[in-house]
Design a protein around this ligand. Structure first.
Ligand code: SF4
Length: 360
């Protein structure tokens, strides 16, 4: 087996994963070795468009170049540790990383599209009270190669790269807290010349509200923005999301109002409805006043209870009433059905379960 024979059975051979390199970095590496820089885009096409792992199969590269690539790089895949399949078609993947950590990615079939929810960190430092990942704390950032590998491996499993239509950064971690690796991965994801060719409109990044990074993101990448809001006053949001003490609601909404939006695009505000905490008609009215239907749409997410969670899901009638108020105020509002409720649906749940079973 050659060094670059990276397979699910042999996921972590030695060598630098070439997916850690941006296109400019690979170009610079080639130039430094006296190799024509245009080969960088050829190599990227083999890796991201044609899903090839073996440098020997990159037939439009000369033999000497292929040998040099093999001497320096590998094309890693993630190790699939577990896959849970729900009755509604949702699939949750637990991937093992080279250092023994785990991350989750979730494939979500919907009417007209197939969405992959990916992770950006191992664990999360934001400690949102309603989130299982947050309760476990932060372990480390994912590299750009590890972010890309989630998309590339699942595309490969699907067979047809076009099947996967949407990407959301809503898995484990706060993507804006891993900013440089995120931007490097986004450059490949949205590169339609030799990368993964996702339209930026079909890539959504969800943040708990790191205001300075929201402002930077608006300049650095044109992806869709989702904000995990979950409360309409600072007192409640301070309790639910500690980040609010650094960037309170007014500062957050101000950054959103100034986020550069393409024509007819809106920012999505996610609002987890929690019984007795943020689900009253007054909350709905305040939410309507806080935002503006011309640039905001609202996803209501009834709380997804997990073992030992201290919050409850509101009754269906309460959820309906909340939505009706927002509809009356002209907001595009949907109730986001919890997909895959018969599997470990809460973010971080599968990772915790597998880790617990390994401890026994
Ligand atoms: S909701 Fe998101 S930002 Fe908050 S703790 Fe969980 S993973 Fe982190």
């Amino acid at each position: 087996m050659s060094r670059n024979d990276s397979t699910p059975d042999n996921p972590h051979p030695s060598g630098v994963d070439i997916k850690e390199l941006t296109l400019p970095a690979l170009t610079a590496w080639l130039e430094a070795g006296g190799i024509k820089p245009f080969h960088a885009s050829q190599i990227f096409k083999w890796i991201y468009a044609r899903q090839v792992d073996d440098f020997n199969e990159m037939t439009d590269l000369g033999k000497q170049l292929r040998i040099r690539l093999m001497d320096h790089f590998v094309v890693n895949r993630l190790q699939q540790v577990a896959v849970e399949k729900a009755a509604d078609g949702t699939r949750k993947y637990l991937f093992g990383l080279a250092d023994g950590n785990f991350i989750e990615s979730v494939l979500i079939p919907e009417k007209n599209h197939l969405t992959l929810c990916i992770s950006s960190q191992v664990g999360c430092a934001q400690r949102c009270r309603f989130c299982l990942t947050g309760t476990g704390g932060f372990i480390r950032n994912l590299s750009s190669g590890e972010i890309l590998a989630q998309v590339r491996d699942i595309r490969n499993e699907l067979g047809d790269a076009d099947k996967l239509t949407n990407l959301v950064f809503m898995g484990m971690g706060e993507p804006l807290a891993n900013y440089d690796n995120l931007i490097a991965a986004l450059a490949v994801i949205t590169d339609n010349r030799c990368g993964m060719a996702f339209s930026a409109n079909r890539v959504t990044l969800s943040t708990a509200g790191l205001v300075p990074k929201i402002i930077r993101l608006g300049r650095d990448a044109a992806v869709s923005l989702a904000v995990s809001l979950n409360a309409t006053n600072n007192q409640t949001r301070d309790q639910l999301m500690p980040i609010n003490r650094r960037y309170p609601i007014e500062t957050l909404i101000d950054a959103c109002r100034n986020y550069p939006l393409k024509k007819r695009r809106k920012i999505t505000f996610e609002y987890i409805l929690i019984k007795g905490i943020n689900d009253s008609p007054d909350d709905a009215e305040r939410l309507a006043r806080l935002l503006n239907p011309s640039w905001a749409k609202i996803n209501l997410i009834p709380f997804n209870e997990f073992p030992e969670s201290r919050f409850l899901r509101p009754a269906a009638a309460v959820i309906e009433r909340f939505m009706d108020i927002l509809h009356q105020r002209q907001y595009v509002t949907i109730i986001r059905a919890s997909k895959g409720r018969d599997i470990s649906a809460a973010c971080g749940q599968l990772r915790v379960r597998v880790a617990e079973s390994q401890d026994q």
